[in-house]
Design a protein around this ligand. Sequence first.
Ligand SMILES: Cc1cc2nc3c(=O)[nH]c(=O)nc-3n(C[C@H](O)[C@H](O)[C@H](O)COP(=O)(O)OP(=O)(O)OC[C@H]3O[C@@H](n4cnc5c(N)ncnc54)[C@H](O)[C@@H]3O)c2cc1C
Length: 371
Amino acid sequence: METCDVLIIGGGPAGSSCARELIKAGLDVIVMDKASFPRDKVCAGWITPAVVEELELDLDHYRQGRICQDILGFKTATMGGAEVYNDYSHTVSFGIRRYEFDHYLLSRCGARLVLNTAVSDIARQHDHWLVNGNIRASMLIGAGGHFCPVARYLGAKVGKTEQSVCAQEIEFKMTTQQLAQCNIDAETPELYFYPDMSGYGWIFRKDQYINIGVGREDTGKIANAALQFMELLQQQGKIPADINAHFKGHAYLLYDHAQRKIVDDSVLLIGDAAGLAYTESGEGIRPAIESALLAANVIKDSQDDYQLQKLQPYNDLIVRRFGKKHFKQKSWIPDKIRLALANKIITNRFLSRHILLNRFFLRSEVDTLYR
Ligand SMILES: Cc1cc2nc3c(=O)[nH]c(=O)nc-3n(C[C@H](O)[C@H](O)[C@H](O)COP(=O)(O)OP(=O)(O)OC[C@H]3O[C@@H](n4cnc5c(N)ncnc54)[C@H](O)[C@@H]3O)c2cc1C
């Protein structure tokens, strides 16, 4: 039997960030993950400078033997439409590979790691948790992503009543020949929005790696979307013709459409398990890290008393940070006009830079948390 103060289920950015903060405060933490690391995570791998700051990431150290692509601008368009190019002439984001990034964060967090071990059973016994019958913990944190077993324990109806984003992606290292045929500038990712604004496709080069994907909130239409997008890019001569299109899929919740209970007696959820990705962009790494930091602070403040009353401030802090939810209500602006406006924002260089990129994708006006 292993015992700890806090057991974190999931070693992604949320789990490792929370573990790091709790360990700094002197708590005994175990991180359990069903995967062994390094592991792949379906993701475009785009992070903003805010993420670097909140993680206290030493980029010089991180870059040693890992991909960290500087991003200086973006091309945006509607699917198949004319592109708008916005150049910032300085680094406004980074491209990382989740295979490397998540492993780096988990290795440095200092927690005891129980890897290659899926959660099979969660039981509440008196004043503690017993997980898989052999790990005993006073506090349980669900950081297991969209399908987190702790979220299910708290009643999430995963894949049933929730409206999720479905996304498909491939990432691979290009051969010398493929690199020669690739017309994507590594410093300029490209984003292509569906005219009905249900999602977008991206093409993102990180040094010799290429990442292609699509994400949409209307699940029925995702099946062929990634293939069609790739074919469109090939027709346009942007990417090599000989790509092995083994797309991998994943789902997650956008903040405004997530309705999960995120805190209860001696338990809380962080990151995708809590459904926190930004509604406008689908960016989930920054909310995962911010929720991890907020949760760690509430746990530290609770002084070993993990009753709901002591953990409830986490809920309030999440609302304060991410805002009140705007569940899909019928807008007073007719759909036709809303779509026309959205298309205008994407295709106009000024609007695309200031609204789509600065406000929604880079969130450059939102201060970092705590640091
Ligand atoms: C296609 C796609 C592209 C994306 N692109 C971006 C992007 O460019 N930038 C961005 O900011 N966000 C992006 N996101 C969102 C981002 O990937 C997530 O928001 C982020 O990974 C959330 O981190 P997390 O730590 O909460 O969960 P995860 O990274 O999903 O980590 C959860 C961990 O829990 C483990 N786990 C799951 N179930 C169990 C179990 N039963 N037992 C034990 N362990 C378990 C998993 O193995 C995993 O390691 C993208 C998402 C998708 C699907």
